[in-house]
Write a protein that binds this ligand. Structure first.
Ligand SMILES: NC(=O)c1ccc[n+]([C@@H]2O[C@H](COP(=O)([O-])OP(=O)(O)OC[C@H]3O[C@@H](n4cnc5c(N)ncnc54)[C@H](O)[C@@H]3O)[C@@H](O)[C@H]2O)c1
Length: 278
């Protein structure tokens, strides 16, 4: 998709962090924007920061974990702006915990949002974008945690590996139809991801904070420090806009994290060589 101006973007997790930065960047590029988020007050505050763009930027409450909620938000975007061209399946959460204290509720909460949220976004918009024939692009937010398990055994790692996998597969399948797919794999970005529990639905039970003295607590503190020192979300958004225009599959914002990916692939290829030798 080479031209963004005049087109429409739909962004989940649009009330904060990377999603809000994407919304601003799209609006600045002359697009109409629908921000979707589970947190109504934060969404209203986010829209206030984009007031200069007038009625071309709107918001809708949406829980990406629920298929019907995403379908409703998609309908709100069609009603407001007509055809939608760019869909950013970006909403996501991170749960604290480690191998000893990760709960089933945490697994469900993270996978329902980070993985099923992407699936619901794809299901709600694929027939629409395929049908209107004006081209389009899906942007799925994964993470470097989707390429390297360095963050440890966690639903977050599982969800992000899955998002990388389905994005790669979808890119191949949608190419003949002129629909692009981009998978966003950032390292640490200065957002509120470390406070994900702020809008955790009651159905997943209360968020548990690990003992700061435990290994899981130490990992949470270290990640919070890295997020605080992370990249500005506007830099991530700028990279995504370029990727959409250039039809790029992968967006990496932290090339310094290459070593972890190389080490993983080297181990996989070494095991392949070993298999070939047997
Ligand atoms: N910040 C980082 O370091 C980092 C790194 C790699 C990937 N990511 C990914 O970036 C994406 C955006 O996160 P962020 O860092 O901007 O965090 P953030 O907490 O600032 O923003 C996430 C937004 O998603 C919304 N949200 C959460 N659950 C939702 C749901 N069920 N339905 C709808 N909206 C929901 C939140 O209300 C919030 O507005 C996530 O997928 C995250 O995993 C973040």
């Amino acid at each position: 998709m080479r031209e963004l101006a005049g087109r429409t973007a739909f962004v989940t997790g649009g009330a904060s962090g990377i999603g809000l930065a994407l919304g601003r960047a799209f609006a600045q590029a002359g697009m109409k924007v629908m921000l979707a988020d589970i947190e109504p007050d934060a969404l209203a505050a986010a829209l206030e920061t984009l007031r200069e763009f007038g009625p071309d930027v709107r918001g809708v409450r949406c829980d990406v974990a629920a298929a019907a909620s995403v379908e409703g938000a998609a309908r709100a975007a069609f009603d407001a702006f007509g055809n939608v061209h760019v869909v950013c399946n970006n909403a996501g959460v991170a749960a604290a915990g480690g191998i000893d204290d990760i709960s089933v509720d945490n697994w469900r909460w993270v996978l329902d949002g980070n993985l099923m949220g992407v699936v619901h976004g794809l299901r709600s918009f694929l027939p629409h974008i395929g049908g209107h024939g004006e081209g389009g692009n899906f942007v799925n937010t994964a993470s470097m945690a989707g390429l390297n398990s360095g963050l440890g055994f966690s639903p977050y790692t599982a969800s992000k590996f899955a998002v990388v996998g389905i994005s790669e597969a979808l890119a191949t399948q949608l190419k003949p139809f002129g629909i692009g797919v981009t998978v966003l794999c950032p390292g640490f970005v200065r957002t509120r991801i470390g406070e994900s529990g702020r809008n955790r639905p009651e159905r997943y039970g209360p968020a548990r904070t690990p003992d700061p003295a435990s290994p899981a607590g130490a990992l949470v503190a270290e990640i919070a420090r890295l997020v605080q020192a992370g990249l500005d979300p506007s830099e991530v958004a700028a990279r995504v806009l370029t990727a959409i225009c250039e039809n790029e599959l992968y967006v990496f914002t932290h090339p310094e994290m290459r070593d972890g990916v190389e080490a993983r692939f080297a181990a996989i290829l070494a095991a392949m060589d070993q298999a070939a030798g047997r």
